[in-house]
Design a protein around this ligand. Structure first.
Ligand SMILES: NC(=O)c1ccc[n+]([C@@H]2O[C@H](COP(=O)([O-])OP(=O)(O)OC[C@H]3O[C@@H](n4cnc5c(N)ncnc54)[C@H](OP(=O)(O)O)[C@@H]3O)[C@@H](O)[C@H]2O)c1
Length: 389
């Protein structure tokens, strides 16, 4: 019998409206507001997407506020992060994308003539004059809107039948909020793939109890590793052991005793192969950083994805004598998107409840303030809060 995808998502309006609703940011000193804006138009290299869901980062409020992180970006812009959408209109130079296709919309935009010029649509202008110049000129808007214009290379087709289809019909039975979690998983995948995590290796993830930290635990497991999850919150570490099983995940608490904690890490399954750091700015002085480096095996690797804003002490002599590799990573390379989507479609990286993914709230654009609060208050491994514009 033929299988059908769940008819669960809004269709593309025809004809297109001339305006759409977007969560607009006009200043760091005033809150974002839902505004009616002209519909973006497709142009060579740029497609128009009907946004169906966008995940809210736990620190979203801080990103757009002068009293918080105040990430640099040109104003005005539409807020949001990556998302899930349907192609509404393709430009003439697109040969593979199709109108109506379900896609992952990736906020990581690169200059076509300089891939090192990277910015995050709706979030951050990047770290070079060229990335800032590119965001100023093109694609600055994020996914907290009914429609968005994105470079065609940022749109990854999704197997809708497999992902949204019913389990009894061979599908995975996910919904849009669960699919949105792909954008969180992509971040740690960027760093873990960058240091070449292999099946059977042991990866220390720290801190493991936040949104991106928890996602790192999940992704490292899906890549075939065992994980030592390090953090302050013992209850959360125990919960993760429960979800993923103590055979492959063990929690180790950050006590502040650098050497003692390094011994605890080694005591789980021997000297770890990889340390994945995903610290927030507040953890700049946390002892876990040194403990985890001290615990690594000879020629171990460290992927540094943390957002520390202050310099962090590195035990350089140990790094030298043990041939330790330290590798920074901002976000992920483009091939990572296709690789991770394949892992999800294959079912090795689950997005279900049993896989520890927990949808905390689904909000309309007008409820953005509530969505920001819920995302902040429920920032735990596997938590998902989305806006469905
Ligand atoms: N490189 C990149 O591309 C990239 C991309 C996205 C995010 N990031 C960075 O990743 C960071 C982590 O994100 P997140 O989603 O996990 O959430 P987050 O809210 O930024 O951080 C929460 C995590 O940090 C821990 N933490 C907070 N203060 C700490 C301290 N003083 N000492 C030790 N641990 C502390 C929390 O532990 P408790 O559970 O004990 O509170 C929790 O595990 C972000 O802040 C961002 O800077 C980097």
């Amino acid at each position: 019998m033929a299988t059908t995808a769940r008819p669960s998502t809004p269709s593309i309006p025809s004809p297109f409206p001339s305006t759409h609703r977007a969560l607009h940011v006009t200043s760091y000193d005033t809150p974002p507001a839902v505004t009616s804006l002209p519909l973006p138009t497709p142009s060579p290299g740029t497609a128009l997407v009907r946004i169906l869901a966008t995940q809210i980062i736990s620190y979203s409020r801080s990103v757009y506020s002068s009293t918080g992180r105040a990430y640099p970006f040109p104003l005005p812009l539409t807020a949001g992060y990556s998302g899930i959408g349907r192609i509404a209109a393709c430009p003439g130079d697109s040969v593979a994308l199709q109108r109506g296709q379900l896609v992952h919309v990736d906020c990581v935009v690169r200059a076509r003539d300089d891939p090192s010029a990277i910015f995050l649509a709706g979030v951050h202008q990047g770290h070079s004059q060229r990335s800032a110049q590119l965001m100023e000129a093109n694609w600055r808007d994020g996914c907290a809107a009914e429609f968005a214009a994105f470079p065609i290379e940022n749109l990854m087709p999704l197997d809708e039948k497999r992902l949204l289809g019913k389990v009894e019909e061979g599908g995975l039975g996910y919904d849009l909020p669960r699919l949105s979690y792909i954008s969180t998983l992509l971040v740690p995948y960027g760093g873990l793939a960058d240091v070449g995590v292999r099946p059977g290796e042991t990866v220390v993830v720290a801190p493991a109890t936040g949104g991106f930290g928890g996602a790192a635990v999940k992704v490292a497991l899906a890549m075939g590793a065992r994980v030592v999850a390090m953090g302050r919150n013992e209850r959360e570490l125990e919960r993760m052991e429960g979800v993923f099983g103590r055979e492959r995940v063990r929690g180790v608490r950050i006590t502040g005793d650098v050497k003692g904690d390094a011994e605890m890490l080694k005591g789980v399954w021997g000297e770890p192969d990889v340390f994945f750091d995903i610290s927030p700015p507040a953890a700049s002085h946390s002892s876990h950083f040194k403990s985890a480096l001290l615990s690594l095996r000879h020629a171990g690797r460290a992927s540094l994805m943390g957002g520390q804003r202050e310099d962090v002490q590195v035990p350089l002599r140990l790094v030298m004598v043990k041939d330790i590799m330290l590798k920074g990573k901002w976000m992920y390379e483009r091939p990572a998107v296709a690789q991770l989507v394949k892992m999800v479609e294959a079912g090795v990286l689950g997005l279900g409840e049993k896989d520890g993914v927990d949808v905390k709230g689904t909000f309309t654009l007008e409820e953005w303030d509530k969505a920001f609060t819920v995302a902040e208050e429920t920032n735990r491994p596997g938590s998902v809060t989305v806006i469905t514009p």
